[in-house]
Design a protein around this ligand. Structure first.
Ligand code: DX5
Ligand code: ZN
Length: 233
């Protein structure tokens, strides 16, 4: 497995028995984004998950590298950028310059996947790969030795607040089998994104990192929500 995992200063490793929690800012109040991020940082979040959408790869449009650059100055947490954009190779350098600590690209979004990985790695960031729910896991297994993180989507990418797709859990199990037991050194992390909440968290207990938008930003007590997600399995 990859022995070149980026060891950026602010990347905590997951413990075998608990998950890293990455609140997705898609569910935050964008008018108060800095405050929202500082809030989840003090509530115990491990990473900040940034959903980048271009209105082409997915039918929604969100934010780009200039916003990531601004966010860089409000938090010490790793900025985990999930690119849901066509031809990410055209924008990866911008996200790296903006201060992204990790960049995850969709296998369906580019013909130059390996070049994307190389750009991200040379930029000193964590290399992530992901796939739509309908895409065969084989597409990711082919590149497993090139990445530091595999994101399993448990909703169709594009929007927050959707229902968890339980039929994607088998992908997590298969990945875990291929990668090896949790907590091993120099192995890609498994991340899960979409519909993760206290009702579904048990089903994703094999993952190392849980992205949660609604379940964190929609909670009245965000620290309690993060603690419950982290320990809720
Ligand atoms: C969907 C995004 C997710 C989304 C998760 O395309 O990648 O990160 O914000 O939101 P919840 O946790 O509300 O499903
Ligand atoms: Zn995401």
């Amino acid at each position: 497995m990859s022995n070149s995992i980026a060891t950026r200063k602010f990347w905590p490793g997951p413990k075998a028995h608990e998950a890293l929690i990455a609140p997705s800012i898609l569910s935050a109040d964008f008018a108060r984004l800095g405050e929202e991020i500082r809030g989840v940082e003090s509530a115990g979040a491990d990473w900040i998950h940034v959903d980048v959408m271009d209105g082409r790869f997915v039918p929604n449009l969100t934010i780009g590298a200039p916003v990531v650059k601004s966010l860089r100055s409000v938090t010490r947490l790793p900025l985990d950028c999930h690119l849901m954009i066509e031809e990410p190779e055209k924008l990866i350098a911008d996200f790296l310059r903006a201060g992204a600590d990790g960049i995850t690209v969709h296998v369906e979004s580019t013909r130059e996947l390996s070049r994307c990985f190389q750009m991200i790695r040379e930029g000193g960031a964590r290399v992530g790969v992901t796939l739509r729910p309908r895409t065969d896991l084989a597409e990711v297994l082919k590149v497993l030795d090139q990445v530091d993180l595999v994101l399993v989507m448990t909703v169709e990418p594009g929007f927050g607040g959707q229902s968890f797709m339980a039929d994607q859990v088998a992908k997590i199990a298969e990945l875990r089998r291929r990668i090896g037991p949790k907590g091993g050194a120099h192995q890609p992390l498994i991340q899960v994104d979409g519909g993760v909440n206290l009702q579904t968290v048990q089903a994703v207990r094999e993952a190392d990192c849980l992205v949660a938008g609604t379940a964190v930003f929609g909670a009245s007590d965000r620290a309690a929500a993060i603690r419950a997600l982290r320990g809720g399995r």
